[in-house]
Design a protein. Structure first.
Length: 255
């Protein structure tokens, strides 16, 4: 018996309509900034293969214009470029309300020293990668930063303990009403301590969740120790003492 044309067509239309109406999560948008075409191609291809939508800019001015017109989910920028370095781009992104909260990851094949990396982080970068960057590491770093900015809504609230107030959405910290000026890594570390108060957080866990490192590739506890030391100083001795080192394991925040 021949199929009933009307019923068949209705079924096809219904199936196609369901496919078009299905909610598909939007791809995260990365703005890749590098004055070298090969780097834009290589790193862009790596990120696109990981599922990101990648926009490419060949310099700081082009990147700033693109970011202000349509803020991306993350900016991945070279530091040394002819028309303005990545640090200047970072400062201008942070100064504009449209892009102030867009995470920025810097990378450089020239300015690779620990001092260069520290300068970038202190000026507000979310991470700093010496080039060349392996495909696995660039994927892990970008994913880690986006995870920190894409926390569930229930975590986007104020966290309080012992006169310490963290406004997660605004990324501000006050201690007994006084604003504490923290770097981005210090802020992320302190937020993690309060979210997991009372629990021992291992060195590998902190390196992975706060810094985005793969513990199999990097496991130096000194990185965390230095940040904990400056964090204690900035939030004051009384509250700082509640960040307790657990020998051989990691750190715990005693609320």
């Amino acid at each position: 018996m021949a199929p009933k044309r009307g019923l068949y067509n209705a079924a096809v239309v219904s199936a196609v309509s369901a496919l078009y109406n299905k909610r598909v999560p939007p791809r995260r948008r990365i703005l890749l900034v590098d004055d070298e075409a090969d780097n834009r191609r290589i790193y862009g291809d790596i990120l696109e293969a990981a599922g990101y939508a990648v926009g490419r800019a060949s310099g700081a001015r082009e990147a700033l214009k693109a970011a202000l017109e349509s803020p991306p989910d993350l900016v991945l920028s070279d530091v040394s470029m002819p028309d303005g370095d990545g640090l200047s781009l970072l400062a201008r992104l942070r100064a504009d309300g449209r892009t102030a909260r867009v995470p920025v990851v810097l990378m450089s094949g020239v300015r690779r020293s620990s001092a260069d990396q520290a300068e970038g982080l202190d000026k507000g970068a979310d991470d700093y990668l010496p080039k060349p960057v392996s495909p696995g590491l660039i994927r892990a770093k970008v994913a880690a930063v986006l995870r920190r900015y894409g926390a569930p809504e229930e975590l986007r609230r104020q966290l309080r303990a012992q006169g310490l107030v963290i406004d997660v959405a605004a990324r501000t910290v006050t201690v007994s009403g006084r604003r504490a000026a923290l770097t981005r890594k210090e802020f992320d570390l302190l937020t993690m301590f309060l979210r997991k108060a009372g629990r021992v957080l291992s060195i590998p866990f902190l390196l992975k969740t706060v810094w985005g490192y793969d513990p199999a590739d990097y496991s130096d506890p000194h990185t965390i120790g230095v940040h904990v030391s400056t964090l204690r100083r900035k939030i004051g001795a009384r509250i700082g003492a509640r960040i307790v080192a657990v020998p051989g394991l990691g750190y715990r925040f005693d609320a």
